[in-house]
Design a protein. Sequence first.
Length: 391
Amino acid sequence: MPRIYADNAATTKISQTAMKAMISAMENSYGNPSSIHQIGMAANDALQTAREQIARCLGCMPKEIFFTSGGTESDNQAIVSAAMLGAKKNKRHIISTAFEHHAVLHTLRRLKEQGFEIQLLDVGAEGNITAAQVEEAIRPDTCLVTVMFANNEIGSVLPIAEIGEACRAHGVLFHTDAVQAAGHIPVNVKKQNIDMLSLSAHKFHGPRGIGALYVKRGIELTSLMEGGGQERGKRPGTENLPAIMGMAAALKEECTLMEQNEAKVIAMRDRLIQGLSQIPYSILNGSREKRLPGNVNFCFEGVSGESLLLLLDSRGICASSGSACASGALDPSPVLLSLGLAPEIAQGSLRISLDISNTEEEIDYMLEVIPQVVEQLRGMSDDWRKKHCED
Ligand SMILES: *Cc1c(COP(=O)(O)O)cnc(C)c1O
């Protein structure tokens, strides 16, 4: 039986390139980048090279990149920093969307408790927003717009450049959680009018526990911790150089190969979407076009998402029902509910997240097995049989 990894939105397998860079860092760049002897300075050189590589992929200056422990920390630090800057000017209104990652939503929830006003834009049935929605929501006391680049569950790609343009026109800071986008689709902070951007290495074949925050020059970052003067005083703690070098190597590789990888992954995705759409009473979640290359997300009426995952796993397919953070919970995905889906439909969801490590043969296998498993589960459901079979 094959074993297919189709949960790349939860995390990706580390690439050989990233692993080699990490081993080399541990073997050769083991000094503390803050030490002033030769071994320390060599480590500092490696750190700066990694920063330059990441800056080049994002279209910014190296000193605009801060290393963090991942997407979650980057989101927290960007949002808290913007809120602190806003509070100084008595601006406490923040605009975001209803389907952000918990790293954003829960940070906003905490700020709400501290007196900020949080406005979450409706993402509609297709799961997207427009720049006009953002522009209408902006007020004189708005201090931040934080809108994800691409959604982790339904794969929507948001109109980031236009949203950034609207924010800039009104002098409002714009942060984007680009964790699902970086390394997969073109990201350029200059062209896309982005002030702050979060990314995480393990979503593009780098290691866990490392990420970066881009902050446009001139924006004052607030440190979330007290400690040493690393990262220009904004993120204390001895730098995790092996992980940083692994992340830089992974991002550089993904950016170099992006165009050719994107085309291959989109072809696999579209074939899978086409095939699964043939299953009766299935709904494709998210838009057909403005969609991440690897994202497939369906609801199958009359099927429990959890049973579906377990049966697929027994047939060698590793997928998910929504976000990894939510699987295990029995509740339907809040992201799917934000699209206006009924809870009994939303709980029958399946997310398949592909990337360049998947193959056309794996798509064939999934197209054979998923319809069988959906039918099997429907056959076991009394409600389904009553509704659809006994007439
Ligand atoms: C995975 C993810 C995060 C969290 O990143 P970590 O590095 O795991 O902390 C944040 N936002 C989105 C959209 C994600 O997909």
